[in-house]
Design a protein around this ligand. Sequence first.
Ligand code: FES
Length: 156
Amino acid sequence: MESFDRSVIDGVLKKHGNDGASLIAILRNVQGECGYLPKEVLQYVSQKLDVPLSKIFCVATFFSSFSLEPRGKNVVSVCSGTACHVKHGGGVADRLTRQLKLSADGKTTADRGFTLEKVRCMGCCSVAPAVRVNQDTYGHVTQDAVNEILKKYGKS
Ligand code: FES
């Protein structure tokens, strides 16, 4: 049984011409509508575009901006690249994990308020360690600053 609205996905495909040439843009729009990329939606997109599901999964898993799992309202990305690691980014990541009350393998808070993701270099090494929340990037982040950053996004 499908758990998504076909008309919403059809609308995205119609906007992009249904030819599969704009697969990244299509997946970006689908994720915007669904919050992530559910498997059944990707299967539907595969059928409609006549593009192998394996190719769609390749694209969806290559770019870190795509998620195959539901994400929280706020996505917190903590950099684990070399420059951030050297500048104690690991401690910042640990503090974020504790502050969000996530288990070691947990990525999303129980209330779906936050998703914490570790990413490779965010391209702002000069301000390492770096954290991004949604579209906002924070540099020179200390463990003590984590609480104030999360408060801006509604974490009490
Ligand atoms: S290594 Fe963290 S921003 Fe480059």
